[in-house]
Write a protein that binds this ligand. Structure first.
Ligand SMILES: [Zn+2]
Length: 235
């Protein structure tokens, strides 16, 4: 036959585990919802793609300029060396024009090389950012599986605890239960404190010997004079 206080103490052990498992479950639920690292990595990928747009457009413009100049050079050479123009002044003008176009061509070629290097550079950072996201996604999926497994374990333990609690309640009278529930609410979930060597483990108060003996007998509920918890002796 378990005493009144033992029955309550059993209930408290169950309730403490329920509290702990619920907290763990709530924490997992938060972890299942958010992954700030992955979100920021995805933002970085988008940023890298934005950063690529401008140098790519610039490169395309330079390439078009080069094509235009190349065809102008071909056209000018055709006229210059085609034999149709014989006027020396006109020929000199065409030569100057050709020189100008070739200088311009060389200038744009230099800029094109610079732009290509810039695009390659940014493409490399963009690839790196993408790889980082893929790696985080793989880790995230693995972790999600792990978290869901743990959540499942916690849920089934909580179900079992609910049944255990139902059975434990059969040993507790209504009056004791309401005292217990009230203390549990006011005392941070701990309605019952253990008594060890005459000292309340809830607050550290040393109990008078007569009261400690009463606790050990376990017939009545004995309350700590300081923290008000129900005292229980395991020995
Ligand atoms: Zn106490």
């Amino acid at each position: 036959m378990v005493s009144r206080v033992e029955s309550l103490y059993n209930l408290q052990l169950i309730d403490a585990e329920v509290d702990e498992k619920r907290r763990a479950l709530a924490q997992i639920e938060v972890q299942l919802e958010e992954d700030t690292e992955l979100l920021s990595a995805r933002r970085k990928v988008a940023g890298e793609e934005d950063r690529l747009r401008e140098p790519r457009a610039e490169l395309r413009t330079l390439e078009l300029d080069l094509e235009g100049i190349a065809s102008k050079i071909v056209g000018t050479k055709e006229v210059l060396y085609g034999g149709r123009v014989t006027n020396p002044k006109e020929l000199a003008g065409l030569e100057r024009e050709l020189e100008y176009l070739e200088r311009r061509q060389s200038d744009i070629e230099d800029k094109t090389l610079e732009a290509m290097a810039e695009v390659e550079d940014r493409e490399a950072s963009s690839r790196e950012a993408n790889e980082h996201v893929r790696r985080l996604e793989r880790e995230w999926e693995a972790m999600q599986g792990d978290l869901r497994r743990r959540a499942g374990e916690l849920e089934s333990r909580l179900e079992a605890l609910e049944k255990e609690r139902g059975r434990a309640l059969l040993d507790v009278c209504e009056e004791d239960l309401s005292v217990y529930e009230d203390l549990r609410r006011r005392k941070g979930g701990q309605a019952i404190a253990l008594l060890k060597n005459g000292i309340c483990q809830g607050c550290g108060l040393a109990l008078p010997t007569s009261l400690a003996q009463k606790v050990r007998r376990g017939q009545d509920l004995v309350f700590c004079g300081s923290c008000e918890r129900i005292l229980h002796s395991l020995t």
